[in-house]
Design a protein around this ligand. Structure first.
Ligand code: COA
Length: 178
């Protein structure tokens, strides 16, 4: 893992409560923060991973990513440091690839996915990355909306990219300002 300082301990509860006024989301959310994922988080991340995706990553995949210098993983945790969500990005050749993002199903729609996405984009900017790519299921309108409202645009399609069920992937890209 990179030793570079990033948005590893970004508290956002106050911002979320202020945002609640505009969004109409429920107020009184418990305090949460984004921090870098650690090996001790892998079991909790796997619970979210298995519940979120029909073809989940293995714990070994996540552990291996944690060891890679060119990868960066974040968790959203509550005030007791319980994992509520996570995101993984890796970097190669000046580009970033958002490998995964998921939030505990009982904690969604509270801004955590947006904050995790902001954390990976902050990390990409800190590494002077030009473009961040991702693949998303064609039918995953909720995630596509989140990405589009955060500056991602569709740039391609990978036919039958996913299984269980078989589905095309939409490739999206976010250009980052230099
Ligand atoms: C996609 C995901 C990470 C979003 O996490 P989240 O914590 O719910 O995200 P947020 O609360 O920040 O909401 C993001 C946006 O989706 C909207 N949204 C969230 N839940 C919604 C719902 N049930 N219905 C409609 N819109 C919804 C929010 O209003 C918000 O809109 P905005 O962009 O205008 O702010 C989460 O739904 C998830 O884990 N899904 C399963 C895994 C997955 O599909 N990952 C993406 C793979 S490419």
């Amino acid at each position: 893992m990179s030793a570079r300082l990033g948005p590893s301990d970004r508290r956002f509860a106050v911002a979320r409560r202020e945002a609640d006024v505009d969004t109409g989301r429920a107020t009184g959310e418990p305090e949460s923060r984004i921090r870098r994922m650690a090996e001790r988080d892998v079991d909790a991340v796997m619970v979210i991973e298995r519940a979120s995706f029909p073809s989940p990553w293995s714990a070994e995949t996540i552990s291996n990513l944690l060891k890679r210098e060119n990868a960066c993983l974040f968790t959203a945790v509550d005030e007791d440091d319980q994992v509520l969500g996570y995101a993984a990005i890796w970097f190669a050749g000046g580009d970033g690839e958002l490998g995964s993002i998921a939030v505990d199903a009982t904690k969604r729609s509270a801004g955590l996915g947006s904050e995790l996405l902001a954390a990976v984009l902050d990390e990409a900017r800190a590494r002077a990355i030009r473009s961040v790519f991702l693949e998303v299921r064609e039918g995953n309108w909720l995630a596509q909306g989140l990405y589009q409202r955060r500056g991602f645009e569709p740039v391609g399609r990978r036919r039958k990219y996913y299984k269980d069920p078989v589905e095309d992937a939409i490739v999206m890209r976010r250009l980052l300002a230099r």
